[in-house]
Design a binder for this molecule. Structure first.
Ligand code: ADP
Ligand code: MG
Ligand code: ZN
Length: 478
């Protein structure tokens, strides 16, 4: 029993704040960073008698998300009231979608989408802690600016199998949403929020185990760490012969502690019923047309294009396409038709070298112009600089920008090929290492690295290793 290998099963529920101009059901502009409670009206404050009107732009964004995730778009969907009491929800219910959502089914990458629906965000509770004691107890205050912000909730099928998969897929989703331009998708600021549903089962079996739900993690790193910790917790339970209890959990990234927020017995009964103040959402051909026309090339399609047209391997293509800023930089460099265009794979390798050398996520924010990287890759391909010397050139480019050809010229970093210049350096290396020469002459080629290393040192990495080996063989008659 205890040596069973377990497999994790993970499904995600993602809330995305839509970057429309106004709120989901009223004309208030979305508020970020304004003074508290300055973006409110009778509708989003839930005053009696106020009537909501659905935001057409939010529905448009919802359709774009549905198209991007390959969903079935419902010709008719309706809003429901989801009833619960909390101070950040003045109406006593949230307007959401229930059994007739805007989008059903779908797929992104390897993960199936269960549904996508529209709803409104709650207001923001600010806990004052000890500084805000009121009659002896700690007080909280409410900022209603966020209340009523349009949200799309995206629910996946339980298709993810590890914390790393979940993190990677979420990055793909974020890039996709960013490309669509429907949200800021900023986890730290809460415009992208993720709950993870997690269960484990013996590897190779198909029945789903009892799941728990990790609530509201606000960074990719925390999500991966939280999922990893929860998988470990469940595994320890099962190995000890104890059951996993279905409950909602909180992960504390500082202590790695997982605590229970509520169990299934205390689960809310939301008493959903159709919102009587809103008409059903009917999707017209014109609305679909408009959503289709607004679709940009999405990361998954871009990755396929990189594979198909540029011959990049699948994982390399994904790496570039799933991080828009890398893909954009790569394409800018590729488009630079200088003297000799770099080969895509070589360029991708040099882009990796660049990314490893910079602090920011976006190489476009570095000192290195796309055309400079392209020309460096081309110089290496043309054997005008060695790989080694090119790395030194890249270090310089990262530090101060400029043109790689000029740096090569100024620093004397040009490659030394098989010509006359290299021959004396090789001779010098042989002279300095008679023991190595003896072994080489006896047919043991292993220590040739000593000679190549010597030449590289003397030439500061500018020598072509292949040429050095050739010259050695020639000289020793091997
Ligand atoms: P609930 O009714 O508790 O909200 P749902 O069936 O609506 O559960 O699923 C919510 C999310 O949980 C979805 O993302 C789904 O893929 C995921 N999920 C459902 N069952 C499991 C399971 N046994 N293990 C992991 N994830 C699951
Ligand atoms: Mg649910
Ligand atoms: Zn309002």
């Amino acid at each position: 029993m205890s040596d069973v290998a377990y497999e994790a099963v993970i499904g995600l529920e993602i809330h995305v704040q839509l970057s429309t101009r106004t709120k989901m059901f009223c004309g208030c502009e979305l508020g970020f960073g304004e003074p508290p409670n300055t973006r409110t009206c009778e509708v989003c404050l839930g005053l009696p008698g106020a009537l909501p009107v659905a935001n057409a732009e939010a529905i448009h964004f919802g359709l774009m998300i549905g198209l991007a995730l390959d969903c079935d778009l419902a010709p008719r969907s309706i809003f429901h009231r989801k009833n619960y009491f909390y101070p950040d929800l003045p109406k006593g219910y949230q307007i959401s979608q229930y059994d007739e959502p805007l989008c059903r089914g779908g797929k992104l990458g390897d993960v199936r989408i269960h549904r996508v629906h529209l709803e409104e965000d709650a207001a923001k509770l600010i806990h004052l802690g000890t500084s805000g004691r009121l009659h002896g107890s700690e007080a909280s205050i409410v900022d209603f600016n966020r209340g009523g912000t349009p949200l799309a909730e995206i629910v996946t099928e339980p298709d993810l199998r590890s914390a790393e998969d979940a993190g990677e897929w979420l990055r793909l989703l974020r890039t996709t949403l960013r490309r669509l331009g429907v949200s800021d998708v900023n986890m730290e600021e809460g415009s992208l929020r993720c709950d993870a549903n997690i269960s484990i089962r013996p590897a190779g079996t198909h029945e789903l185990g009892t799941k728990t739900e990790l609530k509201n993690m606000n960074s990719f790193r925390f999500i991966e760490r939280g999922i990893r910790a929860e998988i470990a917790r469940q595994e320890a339970l099962l190995r000890a012969g104890e059951p996993v209890v279905q409950e909602t959990l909180h992960f504390d990234p500082r202590t790695e502690a997982i605590t229970s927020l509520r169990s299934k017995e205390e689960a809310h009964d939301y008493r959903y019923f159709p919102e009587p103040d809103l008409t059903p959402v009917g999707i017209t051909d014109a609305m679909l047309e408009r959503a289709r026309a607004a679709m940009p090339e999405l990361p998954a399609a871009r990755a396929e294009r990189f594979e198909r047209e540029l011959g990049l391997p699948a994982d390399g293509a994904r790496l570039l396409a799933w991080r828009t800023e890398l893909g954009d930089y790569f394409e800018a460099a590729l488009a630079d038709d200088g003297d000799d265009a770099p080969e895509p794979q070589a360029l991708a390798n040099w882009l990796n070298e660049l990314v490893a050398r910079i602090e920011t996520d976006d190489p476009a924010e570095s000192q290195v112009q796309p055309r400079a990287l392209a020309s460096l890759a081309a110089m290496v391909a043309g054997k005008r600089v060695t790989q080694n010397a090119a790395k030194q050139v890249l270090d310089r480019l990262v530090a101060e920008g400029g043109d790689p050809a000029a740096i090569v010229e100024a620093e004397g970093l040009g490659a030394i090929g098989a010509g006359d210049e290299l021959e004396p350096v090789v001779q010098q290396a042989l002279d300095a290492n008679p023991d190595v020469v003896a072994k080489l002459s006896a047919g043991d080629m292993k220590p040739i690295g000593v000679i190549v290393g010597h030449v590289m040192r003397e030439t500061r990495g500018r020598a072509d290793g292949g040429a050095v080996t050739r010259i050695v063989r020639q000289k020793l008659g091997l």
